[in-house]
Ligand binder design. Structure first.
Ligand code: FAD
Length: 340
């Protein structure tokens, strides 16, 4: 079955009511504040809604893009075709193991800062380093999000995914319905901003330095994080509050006030992308309303009204200049989605 926006909207609207939108500007939802319309945009509040929507789209061969809080993506000015579904399932529970540790069972849509406000007074530590990461835990698994020399992989025990790899565009009849499966920590291939899911999301530069976004899948990504099992440990609530306050203060001092995503490029081994970009004399460099931040050259800020194309042009320029002047082939950390 081909995707028709009106048909899909009319079929899904009775279930999602005001949480589903037609031709919805993605700029409203991503931290860069840029991006054209999604044919359909929907917010999913429970794990059941997420599983049902993926299965529904799989059966109909409707294109579906799964996102978290869109804090690590740049959406194209032309927007995204098909359905964009934001995972906003936020249920969690803490199982005290009685040995000074606990297992946190968190839905993929739980947001880091929100959860930390609740864990700190309860005296459960292990995740405080993520106070300045505005994404969801689902998005956090994909890039093994981290800060202050710690990362999610250090406390992650397992995840549950919905595996839709059996659904292929070219194979309209024979396909396997998405199934849930569990990956243990050691199966996730976690390292610096990397997991087993990251390679196929990677944006590359071709030999002429142009951006090549990752190939879009019909159900994208084909493995969707539903739930995480995270190990917490007992800590003094006062110490936790102080640690969180220190990290917040550090962010305040180092992050630009304008809209942006996280770091644009990964740090290359043994060096910092921000140092190399500054060395290439690109601090403050502008392209239209997009600018390399003065405070940290590995951020691009939207000064207000920048199109995605300006931001992408700056990414290309930074990559090329650092390659020419420092001989380092920087890898993008930020992802590109939509019709580029
Ligand atoms: C101000 C600011 C500061 C930041 N600081 C840091 C930092 O210190 N460290 C750091 O690591 N990052 C940082 N980031 C980047 C970002 O917050 C993280 O990468 C975060 O983990 C992304 O989560 P998200 O929910 O926003 O994912 P999104 O940006 O929505 O999506 C990112 C990728 O994950 C996929 N995805 C999302 N949810 C799921 C799911 N449930 N199942 C499968 N795939 C999914 C999407 O399809 C996409 O491929 C920062 C961003 C901002 C704006």
């Amino acid at each position: 079955m081909r995707f028709h926006t009106d048909t899909a909207y009319n079929e899904l609207r009775p279930h999602f009511q005001e949480r589903i939108r037609h031709d919805e500007l993605l700029a409203r939802y991503c931290t860069f504040g840029v991006g054209g319309p999604a044919d359909i945009w929907v917010s999913l509040e429970t794990r059941e809604e997420l599983v049902d929507l993926v299965r529904y789209c799989a059966e109909r061969h409707w294109p579906l893009l799964i996102t978290g809080n869109s804090t690590n993506v740049l959406y194209a000015d032309a927007g995204v075709r098909g359905i964009v579904a934001r995972v906003a399932c936020k249920a969690y529970r803490i199982e005290d193991q009685g040995d000074g540790t606990a297992l946190l069972l968190a839905d993929a849509g739980v947001s880091w800062p929100h959860l930390l406000q609740e864990l700190a007074p309860l005296g459960w530590g292990g995740l405080a380093f993520g106070i300045g990461i505005p994404g969801t835990f689902g998005g956090g698994v994909i890039s093994n999000a981290g800060a202050h020399n710690e990362e999610l992989g250090q406390v992650l025990e397992w995840i549950e995914v919905l595996d839709a790899r059996g659904v292929r565009e070219e194979d309209e009849d024979g396909f396997t319905l998405p199934l849930t499966r569990r990956y243990q920590h050691d199966e996730l291939n976690l390292s610096y901003r990397h997991s087993r899911f990251r390679e196929e999301r990677r944006v590359r530069f071709d030999e002429r330095g142009r951006l090549i976004p990752a190939r879009r899948r019909m159900i994208d990504p084909p493995e969707i994080v539903l739930m995480l099992g995270i190990r917490l440990h007992r800590e003094d609530p006062e110490k936790l509050h102080a640690e969180i306050a220190r990290y917040k203060q550090y962010r305040k001092m180092t992050e630009p006030p304008q809209r942006h995503t996280g770091a644009i490029f990964k740090d290359p081994p043994g060096d910092q992308a921000s140092r190399l970009i500054a060395l290439a004399n690109l601090k403050g460099k502008k392209h239209g309303k997009a600018q390399i931040a003065e405070s940290n050259a590995n951020y691009i800020v939207n000064e207000g009204g920048a199109p995605a194309s300006d931001i992408a042009a700056l990414m290309v320029e930074v990559h090329q200049r650092v390659l020419d002047q420092c001989g380092v082939d920087l890898e993008l950390d930020c992802e590109l989605h939509g019709d580029w």
